[in-house]
Write a new protein. Structure first.
Length: 270
């Protein structure tokens, strides 16, 4: 049985679905969030609910929460697991969200999101958007130097999934955030979606930066998203080259339980 040491018990919340973190985040109103997630999770809040309840509006629902006419438990019941960030920002629960996700082509239409590498970003100029998205492209471009034939043998997607917790990736993300908001690490919740970790071997590296993010966080939310863990792990294995890949990756049958136990072990070493 893996448990978290007493130094962290009071400031850690573990949930299954991502939008369930809002009940815990509410205790830290005005803080920033640094989130690690395989997905962007920046869809406009209540999209699914409003599709079935067109008599309501997004603004009405947010204002009901702000004016104490709807509590956070009621909000969670009508949100989905990729709508929580937008709600946290629009309701003023959270100050800013700094999101680390993988390279994906889809772009959620959310005017509150700044993403320098998105083609849709107007002139790539930061206009004080409260959601700042990083997705590893800058780091990957430094690794995959095609002009000089200097790049790892695997695909960019495989490489970044293997190194998701490395100092190099996380330092690059934090430096990106600091260049935009120098105070991003002053008061923050660290939010970890377990599907960010596509292979258990991502832990087998120097975790100094990851541990510092844990140590300096005012609070930590851990999201199991068991089905998503299964999906991204299968996607990772599908991206591997069976002829050249280390067989340990091909044999994995990763579960949220395994990742959570390994993460709790890391926390207990801090």
């Amino acid at each position: 049985m893996h448990t978290v040491n007493n130094n962290y018990k009071q400031k850690i919340d573990i949930v299954e679905k991502h939008h369930q973190v809002l009940e815990f985040w509410e205790k830290y109103k005005g803080y920033n969030v640094i989130t690690l997630d395989s997905h962007k999770d920046t869809k406009n809040c209540f999209c699914h609910y409003l599709g079935n309840n067109p008599q309501n509006t997004r603004e009405e629902l947010i204002n009901r929460y702000i004016n104490d006419n709807m509590n956070i438990s009621e909000v969670i019941k009508i949100l989905r697991h990729d709508e929580h960030i937008d709600f946290a920002i629009k309701s003023k629960m959270i100050n800013k969200v700094f999101a680390i996700a993988y390279v994906f082509d889809e772009k959620y239409e959310n005017s509150n999101t700044f993403h320098k590498e998105d083609l849709g970003a107007p002139l790539n100029i930061y206009n004080n958007e409260p959601i700042i998205q990083y997705n590893n492209r800058n780091y990957l471009n430094s690794i995959y130097d095609y002009e000089n034939n200097n790049y790892p043998p695997e695909s960019q997607e495989v490489y970044i999934r293997k190194h998701a917790l490395s100092n190099e990736v996380l330092d690059d993300a934090i430096n990106f955030f600091k260049a935009i908001e120098p105070n991003c690490l002053d008061k923050y919740i660290l939010d970890i979606d377990l599907d960010y970790i596509c292979t258990i071997y991502a832990f087998d590296t120097d975790l100094t930066t990851f541990k510092n993010l844990i140590k300096n966080a005012a609070a930590i939310t851990i999201v199991k998203e068991s089905n998503c863990v299964k999906g991204v792990s299968e996607r990772f294995i599908g991206e591997l080259d069976e002829d050249t890949e280390d067989k340990k990756y091909l044999k994995e049958n990763l579960t949220a339980k395994q990742i959570l136990e390994r993460l709790q072990d890391v926390i207990n070493t801090i």
